[in-house]
Design a protein around this ligand. Structure first.
Ligand code: KG4
Ligand code: ZN
Length: 354
């Protein structure tokens, strides 16, 4: 099957073509085109929905065209189109869905509407070498979502835990904004934290006695549920910065401590959830899973604390928003359900995972 995936839920306009074998499940990525608007939104310190929507309108057809050229196929060869229906920014989603409605009509192709989070989950299904054993536990950590999900071998999912306030990526982005570091905050905080770690390795230094110790909380880390909370951590960072007149000189240390708190929370609840459901595979997904420290610590912790459980994380290019994950999710969905009638397609900005 040749499947075209389209993603436009936030600030990336993306189109991808995969070749998927329904018998073996093997996936070949023929093209993965992403037009990112990060440079445009950077100057505003975050995504401006109206600007994002206009950019999607300008980019979507060239991006789709490029995905076809790169894959060396014409629209006649397509068997299915998958498109993100939600959650996301409403005007951004509309561009993707309305474009697909038109193409499905013009090309006479079946359509599958995909939940963006389900797309992130399926980024782990791209690599043919990945061996997934069930029940599997997936933690999706992105700019808008932090979810712990159980998946059984039929593909049925159950939400085990989620954030009660900010998402993990949002904690990175808001923390970075507070420290005047720009957007998106995740990769910048990660870079400063790495610098601090390297400096400490080369030249270990204790915090100067005159300096304020950086003590950040781990909200809800010991709660019995599998939910997360990051807003208290963000506020604690703000109070620390306000109290410390030297915080600018200690930026790498602040980034290191803040990142460590976020990652401690993510790892602790993932291990707890994996034990609870007796998971046989643990997977990470979403933009925050691009983080080297999270990838390394999760690999190490799963190996140490969950013997016999394998750990998967998508290749870096498939952690942040892309359309390959949407095409793959559509491939798995079409095995279980009929395509959507294109006249009935509807965006849903707050679409829930089910
Ligand atoms: O999945 P994604 O591209 O978009 C959403 O669905 O939200 O995730 C974007 C989020 C942003 O919050 C960004 O700061 C974070 O992922 N992110 C990272 C890294 N790269 C992106 N967070 C931590 N470390 C990174 N290396
Ligand atoms: Zn995303």
């Amino acid at each position: 099957m040749y499947i075209l995936g389209i993603e436009s839920s936030c600030d990336e306009t993306a189109a991808s073509i995969i070749k998927a074998d329904p018998k073996t499940g093997r996936i070949q990525v023929l093209s993965n085109i992403i037009s990112s608007q990060i440079e445009i939104h950077k100057k505003y310190g975050g995504v401006v929905p109206e600007v994002a929507a206009r950019e999607h309108v300008l980019n979507i057809l060239p991006v789709i065209n490029e995905s076809l050229i790169k894959a060396k196929i014409t629209p006649d060869s397509l068997d299915l189109i998958g498109v993100t229906r939600g959650p996301g920014l409403i005007t951004s989603l509309i561009t993707g869905v309305e474009t697909v409605r038109t193409l499905a009509f013009a090309w006479n192709k079946p359509v599958i509407e995909v939940n963006h989070i389900d797309g992130h989950i399926h980024a782990n299904f791209i690599d043919p070498a990945s061996k997934i054993n069930y029940p599997a536990l997936i933690m999706t950590v992105s700019g808008g979502h932090t979810n712990l999900v159980k998946m059984d071998k039929t593909g049925k999912i159950k939400i085990l835990g989620e954030t009660r306030d900010d998402a993990a990526g949002e904690a990175y982005d808001k923390g970075a904004k507070m420290m005047g570091l720009g957007y998106p905050g995740g990769p910048i905080i990660a870079q400063y934290a790495e610098k601090y770690q390297l400096d400490q390795k080369r030249n270990p230094q204790k915090t100067d006695k005159r300096e304020l110790p950086i003590n950040l909380p781990r909200p809800m880390i010991n709660s019995v549920d599998l939910d997360f909370s990051f807003s208290g951590l963000k506020t604690a960072l703000l109070y620390q910065l306000q109290k410390d007149k030297n915080w600018r000189e200690r930026l790498p240390e602040y980034c290191y401590e803040y990142q460590r708190a976020i990652i401690d929370l993510l790892i602790s609840k993932t291990i707890k959830a994996a034990r609870k459901i007796k998971a046989r595979t643990v997977m990470l997904s979403g933009g925050v899973s691009a983080n080297n420290e999270l990838r390394a610590r999760m690999t190490e912790t799963v190996a140490r604390q969950l013997p016999g459980v394998n750990f998967l994380v998508p290749a870096k290019g498939y952690t942040t928003d892309n359309a390959t994950m949407i095409a793959v999710a559509a491939f798995y969905q079409i095995k279980r359900q009929k395509p959507t009638d294109f006249s009935r397609m509807r965006v849903d900005a707050s679409l829930q995972l089910k």
